[in-house]
Design a protein around this ligand. Structure first.
Ligand code: OGA
Ligand code: NI
Length: 332
């Protein structure tokens, strides 16, 4: 268990801020690259998603979590990782956590109808949706947000490609973000975390995929640890900026870039206040072979990781962190 000494000075992180409306592309790429080498976390502003619409999305998210548990259990997470995840369903840091994360979630992926030839692949398929009579307009709001967040992700991916000395459209191709796995997750955190007792709103982890766009309701809670090998670990709060996404790189991109770009350890501490957030997890296509990018290897810098298929990698990471679905069906 973490040896936690209460620190009276709350350390706050300062992160680079990427302005997607800035015409000075060179400046954006330099700033982004610096952030990716340093800690893999940055803010993104002027992304074109309207603030009023964001408020709608959070309102709808609150309405879902406010439903009685039995209503939420009707859309329980399925084998495609879509749907509702109850409190403690996920345990991201088993070494330091006594129970799972003190959060509830709802995964929504790209809607792939059953007549699509690829619908039966893991992470594809139709989404379960709460009853439209119970939550009118809910599905439409979430689908629109998914589309918008994917558009922003692709704009960021173009800057990432330039920062990696790749062609600007490198990640746009079909086997990458042209037909991606992209999953948004509504989250509600409750309760008070106590690291000295192994209680966390969300345990320390780095994200699995390529990158994550995080929208929050403005309540503090997210912390990052820039050096995972330091002892003791130093945690810094990432303050939310109104209207900005907090973007972080995932392990798949660290692997893809041969360790050049960093995915960084982060966690959430609850302070007793309810907190809502919406991460949007971006991964390339199912069949994308994640192998050292052409610009990240040389005669002196050989690939450090064997190639792996995106969906194989992802499936393993989900399996390691989520409860077996069968536990919810016992005694029913
Ligand atoms: C995550 C995550 C942070 C937050 O879901 O992977 O790190 O603030 N969430 O909700
Ligand atoms: Ni995360």
């Amino acid at each position: 268990m973490e040896n936690h000494t209460k620190d009276s000075t709350m350390k706050v992180s300062s992160l680079n801020c990427i302005d997607l409306a800035n015409d000075d592309l060179h400046h954006s790429v330099v700033s982004l690259k610096q952030a990716c080498l340093d800690c893999g976390f940055f803010y993104v502003i002027n992304h074109g998603i309207n603030e009023e619409f964001m408020e709608d999305v959070f309102e709808q998210s609150k309405k879902f979590f406010a439903l009685p548990l039995e209503e939420k259990m009707k859309v329980l997470r399925n084998e495609k990782h879509r749907g509702y995840t109850p409190v403690l369903d996920e345990k991201l840091d088993p070494k330091n956590q006594v129970n799972g994360d003190h959060k509830e979630g709802y995964y929504i992926g790209i809607e792939v109808p059953k007549d699509d030839p690829h619908w039966d692949k893991p992470f594809y398929g139709p989404n379960p949706w709460p009853d439209a009579d119970v939550l009118p307009g809910w599905r439409e709001t979430m689908e629109k947000y998914h589309q918008e967040a994917l558009r922003v992700s692709k704009a960021i991916a173009r800057l990432l490609a330039l920062a990696l000395d790749l062609d600007v459209e490198y990640f746009d191709r079909t086997e990458m973000l042209g037909k991606p796995i992209a999953t948004m997750r509504l989250l509600r955190y409750q309760g008070i975390s106590d690291p000295s007792k192994g209680i966390y709103a969300c345990g320390a982890h780095s994200d699995f995929g390529m990158m994550t766009l995080l929208a929050t309701d403005g309540v503090m809670g997210l912390q990052i640890c820039k050096d995972k090998n330091a002892t003791p670990q130093k945690w810094e709060y990432v303050p939310p900026i109104k209207g900005a996404f907090i973007v972080n790189l995932g392990d798949m991109l660290e692997r893809w870039s041969n360790g050049f770009f960093k995915s960084t350890l982060h966690r959430v501490l609850g302070n007793g206040q309810e907190r809502y957030s919406i991460p949007f997890f971006v991964e390339p296509n199912h069949d994308c072979l994640v192998e050292c990018l052409p610009t990240c290897k040389s005669e002196s810098e050989l690939p450090k990781y064997p190639p792996i298929k995106c969906s194989t990698y992802l499936a393993q990471r989900y399996k390691d962190t989520h409860a077996e679905l069968s536990i919810y069906h016992k005694e029913t």
